[in-house]
Design a protein around this ligand. Sequence first.
Ligand SMILES: [Zn+2]
Ligand SMILES: [Zn+2]
Length: 218
Amino acid sequence: MKLEFIPLYEAFEKYEDRCPICKIIEQEEKVYCERLLEDEILKDPEMYIKIGQTNFCRYHLELLNNSYDKLGLAIALKANISYKLQQIEEMSKTLKKKRRKIEKEKCLVCKYLRERDAYHVHILLDILESDKDFVEKHSKGFSNLCFHHLDVLIGLAKNITPQIDKIIELNKSTIEKNINDLEWFITKFDYRFHNEPWYDSKDSIERALKLLGGGYYD
Ligand SMILES: [Zn+2]
Ligand SMILES: [Zn+2]
């Protein structure tokens, strides 16, 4: 097996109740955010400029703030707000002249995660190519792919192979089940159905949120 296949094999092995790609991305997000505040990164001139110029999204600002490394965070924030002050000063100087439209930098962490998404999905496509039983073996994990990763997978696939078709079918039945369970959840609020059992509807909101939870990047 190719070395780069291992993380996806492990993720599909370990996490079948939710999107395995989301699980990998979450781990990488945590590592990247911690790494961003490390001395070695902040002292790297190129990275320091990138951290200064980025526009962290609200979610990643919060995630960075959850870090124990308050020194690293303070250095990163100082670089970031100093650059923003400089931009405001420049803007106010050119205000009376013709104002040029400045392309707003995206959140550094979001940008990284988008690249990682594409990387993992490309590897997954390679796995599907070389291991014809992979979908069959991990049908539960595939049935729980989130909308975002299903979308990336279909978008990056050169053509809809029988395996991808199977993945779409698996997902469709999960989504349809989720819709039916939400429907029953809603029905249960009607007093006439008060004494009816919940069946599988109790966690239907939680499952819908998992389906919608991938790819929140800006
Ligand atoms: Zn996902
Ligand atoms: Zn972000």
